[in-house]
Design a protein around this ligand. Structure first.
Ligand code: GLU
Length: 515
């Protein structure tokens, strides 16, 4: 690559960042890392009407949580191109708009909202695509139809205006997309987009192109929804004389609903029970609350890994990748053109893999927190080392750290009920005596450990002429109430001699009562 790789994530702070946006940020980050380049965060807040308080801080927090760290940008330290918030760059755009006006590539338009509406109505009535373009602009109020005097008068009067790009009537605009190959649009399908408003604010298109140029962006990697804007951007580069410096474009595939029919929305998340936002979000206007991946118990490494695979694959069987490994393996060539279906089970699977990889002590801290929230200080019947042992046993079983308490509560509290199916299937006339014998031997032993418990168990079962495997599930139900779980004798060791004895003895009459 001949040019230094500089890419940017350029969200507009109009609400919570959708995971599709996070994926865009991630791919930009990976691409920059892979090529030893720079990843920049630019906040595109020129549309003040869509500004949502808290959205910018949310974006920054989400990127920090996922370690998708820009080297320059809002919230991450200024680089040579500061400021990185477009509203703070306002004075900078005017010159470029003037340059377009002077060269005849843009014009003033004074149409009122009512006039625009009536133009649209008129065109719709005659079944014509309603847009402000090479044909319709001839009958509207703009510097192409009004006299120079009239235009100057209106400008001096400070009448509100916009500046529109003047597109050729019918011209093919072709550009190469790194993911889609050659893409072509015709200006006859496009409209004379507004570039600038009389309040001195550029629109997205103008600010985006000027900033990509000034910030020396080499590759624009963004969502597919921006593909129709790309020809306009290409023309802006051309008209501003920047074609040589024009970044390469890569438009990422859409994130689709699990069923594959359309774009993944918050409603799908609510319907199917998964978050579409990285972090908790409360909409400041509606008060609506949405859980995030973080609050739902996903680990940041799992979210990075699962998002990386929504639209990209390494071409090998490997599925578990750290951020560094992803950066190493990533390439735009392996990004697919077609939409990527969100798969909830796969998302959970990724999380499970990362929970298994998480240090026992981290899981233990979380378990202690949850136990304390449920039981208050009573949870301290286990010391730190024992809680770590419990964490180690249950972490193999859980999908989310939030599930820890559900999978570990029986370590702290004796079972309130006993799995009925197991009892029905396994309880017989010998069960009571076997359990009593185990309880007695456990209470009499001096040295109590998993090995000891297993020995007692095997011995009692043998004495009663029973196979050890057959009785084990019933024994588990007596100790934990549940049909399945981590290795049982290790559970017994953690419960300790007294508690194990007590649980067996308590279980017998309660089970018999229910049979
Ligand atoms: N501000 C646009 C957005 O909100 C950026 C699109 C682009 O990357 O050019 O997604």
């Amino acid at each position: 690559m001949d040019r230094r790789v500089r890419v940017r994530f350029a969200p507009s702070p109009t609400g919570a960042l959708h995971i599709g946006g996070v994926r865009t940020a991630l791919y930009n980050y990976l691409f920059a890392k892979k090529h030893g380049g720079d990843f920049i965060l630019r906040i595109e807040d020129t549309d003040q009407t869509r500004f949502v308080p808290g959205a910018e801080a949310y974006i920054i927090e989400a990127l920090k949580w996922l370690s998708i760290s820009p080297v320059e940008g809002v919230g991450f330290g200024d680089g040579p191109h500061a400021p990185y918030r477009q509203s703070e760059r306002k004075p900078l755009y005017k010159n470029y708009v003037m340059q377009l006006l002077d060269a005849g590539h843009a014009y003033y338009a004074f149409d009122t909202p009512e006039e625009l509406e009536s133009m649209r109505e008129r065109l719709k009535a005659s079944n014509v695509d309603a847009k402000y373009d090479a044909i319709t602009r001839g009958s509207m109020k703009n510097s192409l139809t009004l006299s120079e005097d009239e235009v100057n008068k209106r400008l001096q009067n400070e009448d509100p205006y916009v500046i529109r790009i003047k597109l050729p009537r019918k011209e093919e605009v072709k550009f190469h997309d790194e993911i889609r190959g050659w893409v072509s649009f015709n200006t006859s399908q496009m409209d004379d987009k507004v570039l600038y408003k009389s309040d001195g604010m550029p629109t997205y298109h103008m600010a985006n192109v000027v900033d990509d140029y000034l910030m020396q962006i080499s590759h624009v990697i963004r969502g597919e929804e921006w593909l129709p804007s790309a020809p306009l951007h290409v023309l802006l580069y051309r008209y501003l004389g920047w074609e040589e410096q024009m970044p390469k474009f890569a438009h990422l595939p859409l994130l689709l609903k699990p069923e594959g029919n359309g774009k993944l929305s918050k409603r799908d998340g609510d319907r199917l029970g998964f978050p579409v936002f990285p972090l908790y979000w409360q909409d400041p206007h509606t008060g609506d609350v949405s859980s995030g991946y973080r609050e739902s118990g996903y680990l940041p490494e799992a979210v990075v890994n699962l998002l990386a695979f929504l639209g990209w694959n390494p071409g090998t069987q490997q599925e578990i990748f750290s951020l560094e490994e992803l950066a190493e393996a990533f390439s735009l060539e392996r990004v697919s053109k077609s939409g990527a279906k969100f798969d909830l089970n796969k998302a959970k699977w990724f999380n499970q893999q990362y929970i298994r990889k998480t240090n026992d002590s981290i899981i233990a801290d979380e378990l202690a927190k949850q136990a304390k929230a449920k039981l208050g200080d009573a949870y301290t019947k286990y010391n730190a080392a024992q809680i770590q042992e419990i964490a180690k046993l249950v972490k193999e079983k859980i999908t989310f750290t939030a599930d820890l308490w559900n999978y570990a509560n029986y370590f702290f509290e004796a079972p309130a009920s006993y799995d009925e199916q197991v009892i029905q299937k396994k309880w017989n006339e010998k069960s009571k005596i076997v359990l009593e014998q185990i309880a007695e031997q456990v209470s009499n032993t001096n040295l109590f450990s998993a090995t000891e418990l297993e020995q007692i168990y095997n011995q009692v079962l043998a004495q009663n002429g029973l196979t050890t495997k057959d009785f084990l599930q019933l024994f588990r139900v007596c100790l934990t109430g549940l049909a399945g779980g981590p290795p049982l004798f290790e559970i017994g060791q953690l419960l300790g001699k007294e508690e194990t004895t007590q649980r067996i003895l308590n279980a017998i009459p309660r089970i018999l009562k229910n049979i």
